[in-house]
Design a protein around this ligand. Structure first.
Ligand SMILES: [Zn+2]
Length: 215
């Protein structure tokens, strides 16, 4: 079947259904090269995303943070040094979150959002994040774009496959990865072709955060 026909059939097949909702989230930046590339792609497609940033990179790349913010994306807290919080003392956990919260405070308008590195979370981490006024936001689609086995483009198939099964997907990708940045436009184009997709604004991330069920 030619591409034109297959895309028409895809549209017909999905015509009666409500669109699948997708939130894009990008972790581990800001990166002077790859974050910038991803910003251009998001701008071209008029999509807003959430960027969970690492404090020590924020301190090193304030101009990139400013551009992410100016482009209308949401900035979240991904700790200061990306350590596994469940292995730290309560004081260390607090410091990891608080230091980063201060660094990004000029760039956070809405409720403060927090994502623990590696998704490593327990009651202590949750309680401290809560106490510091942060809403914890995980994900339910992890295409493992950080994994060499899934680079340069294998992660796109994984993301599409997982998103196809869900009414609502919070997709985790990494804006510090060259292979993710270089293939991000292809990823968005393939996602759009896969059926009716509604790219949701990150302002609504907190509302969906409690309903995420990863595989
Ligand atoms: Zn991370």
């Amino acid at each position: 079947m030619s591409n034109i026909y297959s895309s028409i059939f895809t549209r017909i097949r999905h015509a009666g259904k409500s669109p699948r909702r997708v939130w894009l989230t990008l972790d581990d930046g800001p990166d002077p090269i790859n974050t910038e590339k991803i910003l251009k792609v998001l701008d071209r497609h008029r999509i807003k995303a959430a960027f969970f940033m690492i404090g020590e990179k924020v301190a090193a790349q304030p101009a990139v943070v400013q551009r992410v913010f100016d482009a209308g994306h949401r900035i979240g807290n991904h700790t200061f040094s990306h350590r596994r919080l469940t292995e730290l003392t309560a004081a260390e956990i607090r410091d990891e979150i608080e230091t980063t919260a201060k660094l990004i405070s000029a760039f956070t308008r809405d409720e403060k959002i927090f994502r623990p590195p590696f998704g490593a979370i327990d009651q202590t981490v949750c309680a401290i994040a809560d106490d510091l006024g942060h809403r914890t936001v995980l994900w339910n689609v992890d295409p493992t774009d950080w994994d060499l086995q899934c680079q340069p483009k294998g992660w796109i198939d994984k993301a599409l496959h997982a998103t196809h099964k869900r009414e609502a997907s919070v997709i985790l990708a990494h804006d510090d990865r060259r292979t993710t940045a270089e293939n991000f436009d292809l990823f968005i184009r393939r996602l759009k072709k896969s059926g009716r997709i509604a790219f949701e604004n990150p302002a609504t991330l907190c509302a969906i955060a409690g309903q995420l069920n990863p595989d």
